[in-house]
Each structure stands twice: as structure tokens, then as C-alpha cells.
Design a protein around this ligand. Structure first.
Ligand SMILES: [Zn+2]
Length: 338
């Protein structure tokens, strides 16, 4: 297991007051103009390491997860300590499978992969954590309750600190769209310097049906609107997955299970439209694999991990469709002088 000790000089200040301090920082830096946005926030990492253990959804194995602080511009990096695997960056171009979850892996060692990263990535994005090293002793992230709520709780416990580098932000300059049949996902420019997401789903199971929702992503909205919403499946799908040796850790404790018009979980739903909220949560996690904070509008229609990943690959391949925003003048130097 690689060890890392955070540099106390680089860890600037505690943010127990949460996102409000970041907003104050943003407000205190001048914006040059609406048409030329700049990066006004600093990168962050955890204040303390934090550990938890839980079952993996697909393997059914008990897996220990440890999240550690990391220096500026590390990004989010996964490490498989059980096989001494090389570090795997949590980036769109390291995604090796998207059928049941988002799986990242190294290109030269097919054993060195980590599945079901999306709910943890969503929590890191929602909480505004730019840099972290994540250590696992198995091939997937524990599913916990099937949402991002427990990951968000862990990140809240670990605390957040600012680092001396401006955050990486990518602005969408022109529409990019991927489509397969009636399913599509697109990224569009946003006149506001923020990421908004909207999603529509349409499932034959009457317990789900057609649902739509849109949010503008910030920590408060992530927490309140989507973080607690669980993954879902239908009963017939579980039988098929189990027969294929998958979803061995799946239970009513970590997924909503529907059977036509019925929700089989005894405690019911956490929100009337929990299903579309979870799909938005998945999109938040998948889009964070761009390795930066996006500034644009995401529109998904029945889109899941596969199309979300194709969208990022298509976006990044067209360098006229995006640009990395420049830091506001003085953002890092004013911090260093403080
Ligand atoms: Zn999910």
C-alpha cells in the first residue's frame, strides 16, 4: 500500500463551514466578464484519511475502502492493494467496461481494474473534492446503501482543505451529442458558468415509468436532490444476473427492486422519483471522469454509464468543443501571500 503524508504547508485551511466559504472566495475574486469566465476556486483534498468496509455489489466480497488526501493536480486515483496494481486514474480514457457499472482499469493488466466507482465519484464531485487516493483490497468499491449518502458522510467526516492551485474547469463551447437509437446524451454550452444536468428515463416497469428531473450542480443541490437516491433493478434482472454469477452482493439493503408496479423494499422509496434522481447521480459521477469540473449543460435521455462515457470520449476528441478555463489573476498568489 502506498503511503502518503499530506504536506501541512499545502493544506491551507479547514472548511468546516462547508461550501459557503468557497462561495465567499468565488465572490471575492473579480470576474473579468460574463463571456470570458475564469477559474476562481482553489483545488481541494481531504483533511484526514478515512476508511470503511462493505460488500461489493457484484462479487459479494467484503471490501475495505480507504480514501486519503492527495497533493494538488493528482486528481482521483484508485489503487488495488490486494494485487499491488499500478495506480488507475479515475478518468474517462481509463474506463474499460460500462455494462453494469463504470469500471476503470489499467491497459496493460486486465486484473488491475476497479468496478462500481460511480457513486463514490459522484460524492467526490458533489462535495467538491478534486484530489484523493483511493485504496481497495478488492475489485470493486463497496456498494454501501446503493447511493452516495454513505460516501458523502465519510467525506464530511474526513473534512476538506484547500490547496494552492486553481481548480481545473472545462467549459463546453459547442454541442456534443452521442446517440444509440432513442437513447442519447449531450453536452451544450451554458451561458451561466456552472454545470446543469437534466435527465429523462422511461422504463416499462410501472413502478418507474417516465420521470424527468433537472438540477444545477453545487454541493447543496447534490446533497438535497440526488445523493441519497439508490440504484435500482427489477426482479427478473436479478435472477438473470445471479445465474451469470453477478450481483452476488445485491440485496434490498443496497438497491431498490421493482416488480412491475410494486417496489419490493419494505421501507419503500426515499423520493417519489428516486429512479431518475439516481440516474442523475450516476451522470454526476460519470462526468467527473473528465478529470475537471465541467461548465455546461448535460442532457440525458435514458442514458447510462456507456453513453455517459462515450459522450466524454467524443467531447475530448474534439478540441474545438471545449476549453480549459484560465485561472483568475491572483487566485493562487493571493493565497500564497495570505
Ligand atoms: Zn448508480
Amino acid at each position: 500500500m502506498e503511503s502518503f503524508s499530506p504536506d501541512p504547508v499545502a493544506l491551507l485551511e479547514r472548511e468546516d463551514e462547508g461550501f459557503s466559504s468557497m462561495l465567499q472566495d468565488i465572490a471575492s475574486f473579480p470576474r473579468s466578464s460574463k463571456s470570458t469566465p475564469t477559474v476562481t476556486a482553489l483545488q481541494t483534498t481531504l483533511r484526514f484519511p478515512i476508511t470503511c468496509a462493505g460488500v461489493g455489489l457484484h462479487t459479494g466480497r467484503n471490501i475495505t475502502l480507504r480514501i486519503e488526501p492527495a497533493p494538488a493536480s493528482t486528481g482521483v486515483v484508485f489503487h488495488r492493494i490486494d494485487i499491488a496494481g499500478t495506480p488507475i486514474p479515475a478518468r474517462y480514457d481509463h474506463v474499460v467496461e460500462t455494462r453494469l457499472s463504470t469500471v476503470i482499469g489499467s491497459k496493460d493488466d486486465h486484473r488491475n481494474r476497479v468496478a462500481t466507482i460511480e457513486h463514490l465519484m459522484a460524492a467526490l464531485s458533489g462535495k467538491g473534492i478534486d484530489n484523493a487516493r483511493i485504496f481497495l483490497d478488492g475489485p470493486e468499491v463497496p456498494v454501501l446503501d446503493g447511493s452516495s449518502a454513505d460516501f458523502l458522510f465519510l467525506l464530511d467526516c474526513a473534512g476538506r482543505v484547500k490547496l494552492e492551485q486553481p481548480r481545473r474547469e472545462i467549459e463546453i463551447l459547442k454541442p456534443v451529442r452521442v446517440q444509440e437509437g432513442s437513447v442519447f446524451a449531450e453536452l451544450l454550452p451554458n451561458a451561466r458558468n456552472e454545470l446543469s444536468l437534466s435527465m429523462t428515463i422511461d422504463f416499462p416497469a410501472r413502478a418507474i415509468g417516465r420521470q424527468s428531473l433537472g438540477i444545477t450542480l453545487d454541493e447543496a443541490a447534490f446533497r438535497k436532490e440526488v445523493s441519497f437516491c439508490r440504484t435500482f433493478t427489477n426482479r427478473q434482472e436479478i435472477d438473470a444476473l445471479r445465474a451469470a454469477g453477478l450481483a452476488l452482493g445485491g440485496s434490498l439493503e443496497n438497491a431498490i427492486v421493482v416488480d412491475e408496479e410494486k417496489v419490493l423494499n419494505p421501507t419503500g422509496l426515499r423520493a417519489r422519483d428516486e429512479f431518475v434522481r439516481h440516474k442523475l447521480l450516476d451522470a454526476v459521477g460519470d462526468l467527473f471522469l473528465v478529470g475537471a469540473h465541467l461548465r455546461g449543460r448535460f442532457v440525458g435521455h435514458k442514458s447510462g454509464h456507456h453513453l455517459n462515457n462515450m459522450l466524454l470520449r467524443t467531447l475530448m476528441a474534439d478540441i474545438s468543443a471545449w476549453r480549459e478555463l484560465p485561472p483568475a489573476s491572483g487566485i493562487a498568489s493571493s493565497r500564497q501571500a495570505a
